[in-house]
Design a protein around this ligand. Structure first.
Ligand SMILES: Nc1ncnc2c1ncn2[C@@H]1O[C@H](COP(=O)(O)OP(=O)(O)OP(=O)(O)O)[C@@H](O)[C@H]1O
Ligand SMILES: [Mg+2]
Length: 285
């Protein structure tokens, strides 16, 4: 059996400041195989974004990280600066909730798209532009040549997110980390953008770590789901959506507003930290 593309084991992240210590990731563990998609779900504040930031070593200063993160067998926490830079530029692609926060507003779409190829790979500008046009076309952006001359503010959120997907694909990574990539978009753009991301990553055999609040969507796009609570994964696998076993997962799935059954208000989950600690104490004596 070959080793996984990404392996996260016993990952802890603690924020240390003054006299306070906050344990925000408490032993996160999962693996991701080549070409596999894992959906990471769980309530707000459970540590999903911190997990993706830890994978790319982009946690803010003040965080102490321990545990293991291996990419294709190589320890990410041990990478030196130049290897880390390469890893971020070539091996992993990141797509975030708000594409506007991740582009330079005074650079054209063309500059943004070709920058990595020109700077990191030494590609010729014309060749990089040709590739960018081709990829924009593949992610369904019409008039790609014209788009290259435009600035981010001239594009809608949905279009800009497609540009982001194209920029990630241009770098030909093996893993995509997508942190709520469609949450900030309007409803029609949401399904279009998700369909493109799903289609492109399958066609290229890329692994995906997909963070979302939408359990149905996660289930539809991913091979497995991992459920986070209070900085750890409480349950994961291909069974999670149809046959959850952990009490938190059961509640989370039970709380979904369904189309058939209209609710006047969203149910409040009863699972809480106290219960969580008690359960853990019972499992790990
Ligand atoms: N730089 C920081 N300083 C202090 N606390 C932080 C920092 N970054 C994250 N946290 C805290 O860590 C916890 C986990 O945050 P994280 O952003 O990973 O949650 P999340 O699961 O992505 O939530 P959401 O679904 O709302 O995006 C939260 O309680 C958050 O307040
Ligand atoms: Mg988040």
């Amino acid at each position: 059996m070959s080793e996984p593309l990404l392996e996260v084991a016993d990952l802890h992240a603690t924020l240390v400041g003054g006299y306070r210590r906050l344990d925000l990731l408490n032993g996160v563990a999962f693996t991701l195989d080549r070409g596999e998609a894992l959906g990471l779900v769980g309530e707000s504040g459970s540590g999903k974004s911190l997990t993706t930031r830890a994978i790319t070593r982009m946690l803010a200063k003040g965080f102490r990280v321990r545990g293991e993160i291996r990419f294709d067998g190589e320890s990410v926490l041990q990478m030196n600066r130049s290897r880390l830079r390469q890893y971020r530029a070539n091996d992993v692609g990141m797509i975030f909730q708000d594409p506007r926060a991740h582009v330079n507003p005074v650079h054209t779409v063309g500059d943004f798209l070709t920058e990595v190829l020109v700077r990191e790979r030494g590609a010729h500008r014309d060749e990089a532009e040709r590739r960018a046009v081709q990829l924009l076309d593949e992610v369904g952006v019409r008039h790609p040549e014209r788009r290259l001359r435009q600035y981010p503010h001239e594009l809608s959120g949905g279009l800009l997110q497609r540009v982001m997907i194209a920029s990630v694909l241009l770098a030909e990574p093996r893993l995509i980390l997508a942190d709520e990539p469609t949450t900030a978009l309007d409803v029609t753009a949401q399904s279009d953008v998700m369909a493109i991301l799903d289609e492109q990553r399958r066609a290229r055999g890329l692994a995906l770590l997909f963070i979302t609040h939408d359990l149905e969507l996660a289930n539809a796009c991913c091979d497995r789901l991992a459920v986070m609570y209070a900085g750890e994964i409480v349950e994961q696998g291909a069974h999670v959506y149809d046959a959850p076993t952990h009490p938190y997962t059961k509640e989370l799935l039970g709380a979904r507003p369904s189309i058939e059954q209209r609710l006047d208000r969203l149910p409040v989950l009863e699972y809480n930290l106290e219960l969580h600690q008690e359960l853990k104490a019972r499992i790990t004596p």
